[in-house]
Design a protein around this ligand. Sequence first.
Ligand code: FPP
Length: 235
Amino acid sequence: MKVPNHIAIILDGNGRWAKAKGMPRGYGHIKGCANLESICDDIKDLGVKYLTVYAFSTENWKRSREEVDGLMKLFRSYLKKCMKSAEKNKMRVKVIGDISAFDDDIQDKIKKLEDFSKDYNELFFQIALNYGSRDEILRGVRRLAHDAAEGRLDPDKIDEGVFENYLDTAGIPDPDLMIRTSGELRLSNFLLWQLAYTEFYFTDVPWPDFHKPELLKAIEKYNERDRRYGGVKEE
Ligand code: FPP
C-alpha cells in the first residue's frame, strides 16, 4: 500500500458526537483533542511525513463564548503537552493561521513549541489555528505587494513557486490526501490553493471516533484512485 506523503484533515463532528451522547459540546472537543494525539502517533508509525489539521477556523470565533473559552483552555493544555509528543515522534510542529488574535500566553506557547521542535524532521505537523484560506492568501498577497512596491520583487517574475513562498505553508509540499470527518462535503476555507490536485475522502464518522482503522480505510481508498494530474494514464 502506498502511503501519502502529506495528509490534511478537517477535524469535524466533535459537537454532534457529544450531543448524541447527551454530553456538552466541550466534552466532544476534549475527546477530539485526545484523538488527535493518537492519530499523530498512527500517522508517524505509517510513515506519513506531513500532517496538517484544521483545528480552529477564522469563523469559529462566532461560536458561543462558553465554547470558545473551552477551546482556548484546551489549546493551552494541548500546546504544552504537545512538546512531549513532538519529542517522542521527532516531530516538527508549526501553527498556520493568524495567531495574533490569540491571548499573549497562547501566542507564547505556540512560539515555544515551534522553537522547541524546530530541528525534528521525522514528521512535520501543521496545526491550523485561526486559519482561513482566503485570509492566508490575502495576508500573503499583502506582503508580496509590499515587496514588489519596495523593489525587492519583480512583478514579472511572480510565478506559482514565488507565490507559495508567501503562504503560511511555505516549504511544505501540497497534501496528497484530504480527509473530512462527520459527513459535510465542503472545504470550509481550508487550504484552497494547496488542495488544487489533492484526492478527497469524506466519511460520516465523527472526529472523536476516527481511529486507526478509519485512517487505513481512507489510505486504501486513496490507493484505488488514479492520480494523473491532467496527464495520460500509464497502462
Ligand atoms: C469541529 O467540530 C471541531 C472544532 C471546531 C474544533 C477542533 C478541535 C479539536 C479537535 C480539539 C483540539 C485541537 C487542538 C489542536 C488542541 P464541531 O464543533 O464543528 O462539531 P459539529 O460540526 O458536530 O458541531
